[in-house]
Design a protein around this ligand. Structure first.
Ligand code: FE2
Length: 381
């Protein structure tokens, strides 16, 4: 793994460099602003195996929006849509299309998280706010990160309800089975030309994160296009946010395509972990999830030499289009969906880590060539 050789990483390293003014317990939820939350919820249940969890809308006394909360193991997604033309949610969808609005982080003290980050330069989105119902109290506070994307701090140690105050349990007669998605491994942000280092510094200064891996355009390029990426992680390594910016190439970078269609910076992909990628991807394909095309035969022919021995049957991985990479700690298996909306913006990664801590740098070339085949078809390369 030449790409990783010169980069220092490892959990102890992260912990040493990171600041402890913002202890994060994990990802609390991811909220999308969408054009039609009812239909999007159906898609996430049917295609990705998420389970109905909670609902807020007209029936629960909320007049301006409807939100559907879905769950699979530790992952919670919230799909929110506007109920009138005045709503900032509708404005967000008009500009960006369906996309990630909130990456919520679970904390012990949301007020302190807000104070520490705004003191260090974060732009407030929501002042610390207490919400209560018969199940207890939750404190939430939010700050802006790249573009119009928000980090919401969620303090729920005094809450026993299904999700948040104001939500009621969503019982459905339609409950497709889960597909084995476990937790969010990382979430990637795309930022504008030359803005990557500014956001790296923001995550260092404001959030106390450390830069734990770096890929430059010499490592991430194809014949046609390039990008640069730095991976930011918090002190306990549970939260990992790679930040991408486009780089000059002969043709248009996939990051530039994203920025054009999202009309600004935003979340590019959500990587979700499974402990059986063969089973998970078999299920997802059967349910209609579309993946990027598999790399050519030569890619799989090189695996024994490049990666070494793996437990899985290489033929099965090839049939499903799953990519394989390794670093000094082990290997990983990963695959990428096509964008899940009509604008070529947000997509998903399914990842199974067999010890490896990297992000599949050895697959970047094969992956980006596959993305470029899609860009070619969209006329955006
Ligand atoms: Fe990724």
């Amino acid at each position: 793994m030449d790409n990783l050789k010169n980069v220092e990483y490892g959990l102890e390293k992260i912990f040493e460099g990171a600041q402890d003014f913002l202890p994060l317990l994990g990802t609390d939820y991811v909220e999308f602003y969408v054009g039609n939350a009812k239909q999007a919820a159906h898609y996430y249940k049917t295609a990705f195996g998420f389970q109905s969890l909670a609902y807020a809308g007209l029936e629960t006394g909320i007049r301006d929006r409807a939100s559907y909360v879905l769950k699979q193991d530790k992952i919670r997604l919230v799909l929110t849509t506007a109920l009138n033309s005045e709503s900032p949610i509708g404005e967000h969808v008009k500009k960006h299309g369906d996309g990630v609005k909130v990456i919520a982080l679970w904390v012990d003290d949301a007020t302190k998280a807000f104070e520490e980050t705004t003191k260090r330069g974060a732009t407030p989105f929501m002042q610390p706010t207490v919400e209560e119902d018969e199940h207890g109290r939750v404190v939430r506070a939010g700050i802006y990160t790249y573009g119009e994307t928000v980090h919401m701090f969620v303090e729920r140690k005094e809450y026993k309800g299904i999700f948040l105050p104001g939500y009621q349990e969503w019982r459905s007669d339609y409950n497709p089975s889960p597909v084995g998605l476990k937790f969010i491994d990382h979430m990637v942000g795309n930022v504008g030309w030359g803005e990557m280092n500014q956001w790296v510094k923001w995550y260092e200064d404001v959030m106390g994160f450390v830069n734990f891996l770096t890929f430059d355009d010499k490592q991430i390029h194809t014949e046609y296009s390039a990008l640069m990426s730095k991976v930011m992680a918090n002190g306990n390594g549970r939260i990992k946010f790679p930040i991408n910016e486009p780089a000059e190439g002969k043709k248009k970078s996939q990051i530039e395509e994203y920025l054009d269609f999202y009309e600004g910076p935003g979340c590019q992909h959500i990587a979700v972990a499974t402990d059986n990628i063969i089973e998970t991807v078999t299920q997802l394909r059967a349910r209609g999830v579309e993946f990027l095309s598999a790399p050519p035969q030569a890619y799989y022919d090189e695996i024994p030499q490049r990666v070494g021995a793996i437990k899985e049957d290489l033929e099965v991985l090839q049939k499903l289009g799953i990519l394989i990479d390794c670093d000094e700690d082990g290997y990983l298996l990963q695959i990428f969906t096509k964008p899940v909306e009509d604008r070529p913006t947000l997509f998903y990664e399914i990842i199974q880590r067999m010890g490896a801590k990297g992000f599949g740098a050895g697959n970047f070339k094969a992956l980006f060539e596959s993305i470029e085949r899609e860009q070619e078809r969209r006329g955006t390369l």
